[in-house]
Design a protein around this ligand. Sequence first.
Ligand SMILES: NC(=O)c1ccc[n+]([C@@H]2O[C@H](COP(=O)([O-])OP(=O)(O)OC[C@H]3O[C@@H](n4cnc5c(N)ncnc54)[C@H](OP(=O)(O)O)[C@@H]3O)[C@@H](O)[C@H]2O)c1
Length: 280
Amino acid sequence: MTARYEGTAFPERFGTWAVIAGGSDGIGGAFAREAASRGLDVALIARRADPLDALARSLEADFGVATRTIQADLTSEDIGPTVAAATDDLDVGLFVYNAGSNPQSGHFLDQPAENALFLVSLSCRAPVVLGHHFGARLRARGRGGLVFMSSMACLSGSGNQATYAATKAFDTTLAEGLWVELAPFGVDVLGVLAGATRTETMMDQRPEAFAEAMDPREVARGALDHLGKGPSWIPGEANRGVARGLWPVPRIGVVNAMTQASADLFDLPFTPAEGVEFDD
Ligand SMILES: NC(=O)c1ccc[n+]([C@@H]2O[C@H](COP(=O)([O-])OP(=O)(O)OC[C@H]3O[C@@H](n4cnc5c(N)ncnc54)[C@H](OP(=O)(O)O)[C@@H]3O)[C@@H](O)[C@H]2O)c1
C-alpha cells in the first residue's frame, strides 16, 4: 500500500457509498458483499429486480449497511442521467463498473454486427459515461475509487471473441490512463483483469468448463485490497504468471512514459504516478 493510505480505514478512503454497476450476482455481487463487509453502504445496478432485492436484503441483514437498488439496463441510451438521478443524493466514494460478460462467442462475421455493438455499449460506452460522471464527483471531493472490470482476454486479440477481447483492452487501457490522471486528486483507479471465474453468467453458459474456475469472492477481495496501490490487478497466481509473460515491461513505467510522450506532443502538464505492479 502506498504511504498516503497507511493506517487509513477503508470507509474513510472509499465510503460512504459504493455504487456497483452490474451488482446483483457474479463478480459484481461479490464486490457488493466485500464492500459491505468493509463498512460501505451499497447501491446496486442491474436489470432484474428479484436478484437485486435479494442481495440488498442479505447485505442489510449480514452487515447492517444501507442499500439502494437501481433497476436499469446499462446499455440504454440514457444510462448516465438515469444513474445520476438515482445516486445524486448519496455520498459516493467508490464506483465499480462490473457488467460485461460475453453472451455469445464465435466468429465476428457469423453474428450480426449488433452483437458486437451490444458489447461496445455495455463495456465501452457505459464505463465511459458512468466513469466520467463518478470520476468528476470523486475528483471534486478529493478521494475515492473507480474500479473497471476487465479480463485476461484483454492481453491479446482473440479469434472467437474478437469484440469481447477488444472491449476489455479498452477497459484496461482506460483504467491505466485514468489512474495517472486522477492520482494527483486523491482518486484511485483500478482495472481488474480476471481470468475464468465461477459466476452465474458463466455457469449458465458452460457449467463444465467453469466448475473449477476462481471464486468471485477472491476476485473482489483481491481487487479491493489492491485498490490504491497500482493501476491493475490480476486475480490468481496462474493468471499473474501468464500476464508477466505477455506484459514483460512493467506497466507503470510504460503508462508514465506514454503519458509524458503525449504531454510533450500536445504541450500538456505531466505528473508521473507512483504505484506497484499487479504482481508486487
Ligand atoms: N466470469 C468470468 O469468467 C470472467 C472472466 C474474466 C472477466 N470477467 C468480467 O467480469 C465481469 C463480471 O462478469 P460475470 O461473469 O459476473 O457476469 P456479468 O454478466 O458480466 O455480470 C453479471 C451482473 O451484471 C448485471 N448485468 C449484466 N448485463 C447488464 C446490463 N445490460 N445492464 C445492467 N446490468 C447488467 C447482471 O444482472 P442482470 O442480468 O439482472 O442485469 C449481474 O448483476 C465482466 O465484466 C466480465 O467481462 C468475467
